[in-house]
Design a binder for this molecule. Structure first.
Ligand SMILES: NC(=O)c1ccc[n+]([C@@H]2O[C@H](COP(=O)([O-])OP(=O)(O)OC[C@H]3O[C@@H](n4cnc5c(N)ncnc54)[C@H](O)[C@@H]3O)[C@@H](O)[C@H]2O)c1
Length: 443
């Protein structure tokens, strides 16, 4: 099938590459000229395991091409996927102007039947707005061209995006039209071979399903963080509690890890957008306001621990930071808890020696050269001469580092572990002062 994808970011590029991989003819359109020329050369602008191989293979086979020419994109695809960003407005609501810009572009150039697909995460009612926008442009052009607008929200996880897309838990299709259901079945058939994973529903329900999924996951994290903070008040160990509650199949072990707050381009913005969109309908999302507030507070927890340890005087302390991205296996820094930590450390007069396996370029772009930031080439280089180490992102390479070497190289052997990667007993044996999240009495 001929497929066009608007937006070549984390979602658009993975979608385009994976649909090309299963034999479709895919054109990816982006307004970012630099990104498109990189992609045309076969270089991918993001770090995402397995993506480079698929992109290269499909460019070579001629099934995957990139362009900035929107007309070419509209003319090409029966499917017109909209996978552009939906960043938050100042009040937290979703800014869907990029989605609407693509809708108008489709209206401008279409001259035969198209299935327009909202893959971006958009508030309920956006498909109706997209339809109205396309109709409006067609009226101005005084042409009558048939099209359907559908919702097909994306559930991939950065860091495992290719696997998630190739082997989805479910594919949600919101449609009001049986012919589009059939077209989607054909398009997604290669991804659902061992059992049917395609769930069709009305468009509004599909739009809400995406927000509900992210809000539920964010709720699990904030819940665990809340209990972890309680554990510190009473001298309990959250890791024991986690094992204890996860054993109940109604709760389960998935996604109940305490930590230093959730970040990324989705959870924070989607929780806020859902709160705002409910509020615009006169409904107060009390639970989700708490989820958001608990998370905002949790992102300060690491700094608060460090600051308390040093009695509020961090002037010229050298703090090593391991992991800067919002989670492992991605280079995405959007809303990462490390940003809160770094800014708080700098405001308190500390110096940072940071190491992340892939994010150096993005960190440089964010902060530029500054005297109080040294970006190390390795985890061991980061801890040299440090007063303390803070683990913020749980990259696999941090799981069992050379503790004796670190002990020798650090100025003082202190570890603040924002992801509970290490065991307090082990750390004590290695001679470190160790502070995790929710592991015994608060310091
Ligand atoms: N990143 C994720 O893990 C993830 C997962 C599921 C859903 N989503 C949702 O998918 C959407 C896209 O997210 P992302 O992380 O891929 O965003 P992104 O910021 O990585 O990429 C968006 C791309 O759209 C391009 N763009 C903007 N306007 C355009 C236009 N008019 N025509 C063509 N291209 C245009 C931008 O240049 C950019 O390359 C968002 O709504 C997001 O909430 C993201």
């Amino acid at each position: 099938m001929n497929v066009t994808i608007f937006g070549s970011g984390y979602v658009g590029l993975v979608t385009g590459a994976c649909l090309a991989e299963t034999g479709n003819q895919v054109v990816c359109v982006d307004i970012d000229h630099e990104k498109v020329s990189m992609l045309k050369r076969g270089q991918i602008p993001i770090y995402e395991p397995g993506l480079q191989e698929i992109v290269s293979r499909n460019i070579e086979s001629g099934r995957l091409t990139f362009t900035t020419d929107a007309r070419e994109g509209v003319e090409h695809g029966l499917f017109q996927f909209i996978a552009v960003g939906t960043p938050p407005n100042e009040d937290g609501s979703a800014d869907f102007r990029y989605v609407m810009a693509v809708a108008e572009t489709i209206g401008k150039y279409t001259d035969e039947y198209k299935v327009v697909v909202n893959k971006s995460t958009v508030p309920v009612g956006t498909a109706a707005r997209v339809r109205a926008a396309i109709q409006g442009v067609l009226r101005e052009r005084e042409v009558d061209v048939d099209f359907d607008v559908t919702s097909n929200p994306e559930f991939l996880k950065e860091g495992a995006a290719v696997t998630d897309f190739m082997r989805p838990d479910r594919i949600i299709v919101g449609t009001d039209n049986p012919r589009t259901t059939e077209l989607f079945r054909t398009l997604y058939d290669p991804f659902t071979r061992n059992r049917d994973r395609l769930i069709t529903m009305d468009i509004e329900s599909a739009e809400l399903t995406k927000y509900a999924a992210n809000a539920m996951l964010a709720t699990k994290i904030s819940f665990m963080n809340e209990i972890a903070n309680m554990a510190e008040q009473v001298g309990a160990d959250i890791e024991q509690v986690r094992l204890g509650i996860g054993a109940d199949p109604r709760i389960g072990y998935h996604f109940i890890y305490p930590g230093c707050g959730f970040g990324g381009s989705c959870f924070p913005k989607d929780v806020k957008a859902l709160i705002e969109s409910a509020s615009s309908q006169g409904h107060d999302m009390q639970l989700l306001r708490a989820v958001r507030d608990v998370n905002d507070r949790q992102k300060q927890v690491l700094f608060d621990k460090i600051n308390r340890y040093y009695d509020g005087d961090l002037t010229d302390k050298v703090i090593a930071v391991w992991g800067l991205t919002f989670k492992p296996n991605t280079d995405d820094m959007r809303e990462a808890p490390s940003l809160n930590l770094l800014n708080a450390l700098w405001a308190a007069g500390a110096k940072v020696r940071a190491y992340d396996p892939v994010a150096s370029e993005n960190v440089n772009a964010l902060f530029g050269e500054r005297d109080d930031l040294f970006l190390a080439d390795s985890a061991m280089e980061a801890v040299e001469g440090a007063d303390a180490l803070v683990l913020v992102t749980e990259w696999t390479e941090f799981r069992s580092p050379d503790f004796p070497g670190m002990h020798q190289s650090m100025k003082s052997p202190i570890i603040f572990d924002g992801r509970n990667v290490y065991e307090p007993d082990q750390m004590e044996k290695h001679g470190f002062k160790y502070f995790g999240i929710g592991r015994g009495l608060r310091i």
